[in-house]
Write a protein that binds this ligand. Sequence first.
Ligand SMILES: Cc1ncc(COP(=O)(O)O)c(C=O)c1O
Length: 464
Amino acid sequence: MSFEGGSYDRALTRAVEHAREWLDSVPDRPVRPQRSAADLLAGFGGPLPDRPTAPEDVVDLLATLADPGLMAMQSGRFFGWVIGGTLPAALAADWLVSAWDQNCGLRYATPAAAAAEEAAAAWLLDLLGLPAGAGVGFVTGATMANFAGLAAARSSVLSRSGWDLGRDGLNGGPRIHVLAGAERHDTIDLALRYLGLGAPQPVAADDQGRIRVTALAESLEAVDRDAPVIVCLQAGNVHSGAFDPLAEAIEIAHRHGAWVHVDGAFGLWAAATPALRGLTAGLEAADSWATDAHKTLNVPYDCGIAIVSDPLAMRSALGVRASYLIAEESGPGDPQDRVPELSRRARGVPVWAALRSLGRTGVAELVEGLASHARTMAEGIAAVEGAHVINDVVYTQICVSFGDDARTRAVTARLIDDGTAWMSGSRWHGQDVLRVSVSNWSTDDEDVRRSVDAVRRAVEATTV
Ligand SMILES: Cc1ncc(COP(=O)(O)O)c(C=O)c1O
C-alpha cells in the first residue's frame, strides 16, 4: 500500500518532538488530567474520514487531542495506585521495540529479542535471589504474572495427584484447595477465576495485612493430606506495603505438599537491596512468583514478570505446539513457552535496558530511594494537623486517615484538584484512606516537600 506521506521519517520526527514536549512539561503541569474522556471523545471521534491522512498530521493531531487528557504518571509527584515512571534507557528501548516490531514468541525467529530477554531474566533471578534455572516470562503485568504462575501451579499440583489437566481438563478431577491471605491483591482472585479454580479460602491476616502463620497452619491441617493445594502469599500489601512472613509460611505450606505462589508485584524488588532484603527472607523457597517491571523498575507500560522455579511446569502449562511454529526443543525453550499468549511485543527488552542502565547498585539505590522517600513523606504527612498515618511504613506504601471518612474523601478530592501531586483514595480496615505509593524513580526531596505541602493545603482548605 502506498499513499502520500506514507514514510516513517516525518511521522517519527514529529513523534520525537511531541514526546520531548510532553516530557518537558511533566515537572510543571498539573499532575491530574484537565479533561475527561467524555470531553475528549468529541475530538478523537466523529465519522471516520473517507480519505487517508498524512502520518505526521495524524501524529500532530493525536498529540494535540491527547495532551489535556494525559495524567502526568511520570511526574515525581504522582503517587497513585502503584505506578512507576519511565527510566530514560527503558523508554528509548521501548521505542526501538516498536520500531523493530518483533513478534517474539519464537527464539529461532527473533533471536535478538530472545537473547535480550534471556539475559534480562538471568539478571532478574540473580538480583531477586531466585533459583538460577527458573522460567521467566514477560507478560503484561502482575495480573497476568499471577495468572501464569498459578496456571503452572494448577497443572503441577493436579499432575502430582495423578490427574492430567492438559488431556482431561478440570471436570471430574480432584478439587484444588487454594488458600490465600485475607488481604491478597484482588488480581489473585481474578487469576483464579480465569483458571476455573473459584475463590480462594481466605486465611486471617494481622493489622498490617500479613498472613497469620498459625491461621495458615490450621487451614492446611483441615485439608485432606492427599488433596492438591496451592498457597498464595504476598510480598507487598497494596495498602500497607507489608510482607507476609514468607520463610515460615512457605515452610509450613511445603510441609503440607502445597505449591506456593508469591504475588510480589512491587514488593519482590525489596530482595534486590541489602537494606530491605530482610523483608523478603525465605522468598526463594517458593514455587512461583509474580512481579511487575512497570512498577518498581520503572519501565514503560506494560511489563509484568512471571517466574516459575520449574521451567518445565511453566512450559507444560503455557506453551503451544503447532506444526508451522519452529520450536526450540532443547535449551531454554521459546519465549512463548513462558507466557499465556503466542504473539507479543518484546517487552523484556526495556527490562534489559533498565537493568543494564542501572546496574546492580543502581537497582538497589532505586528501590531504597523509593522506601526512603516514603518514610520522609509519612513523617511529613503525620506532622500535618489532623492527619493519621495508619500503617507501619516499612516499604513504599502509606495510608492516611484525616479523621472521619467524609473528611478523608474531601481532603483527597481537594488534593487532586490542587494538581501539585496525585494520590488515590481507597478503603482499608473499614475506613476511607488517602493512599500514597512512592514508585517513581524521579521523585526527589523537593517533590516530597511540595507534596506534603499540598496535603497540608488540602487539609487547611477543607477545615470548617
Ligand atoms: C500486590 C499486587 N498484585 C497485583 C497487582 C496487579 O498488577 P498489574 O496492574 O500490573 O496487573 C498489583 C497492582 O497494584 C498489586 O499491587
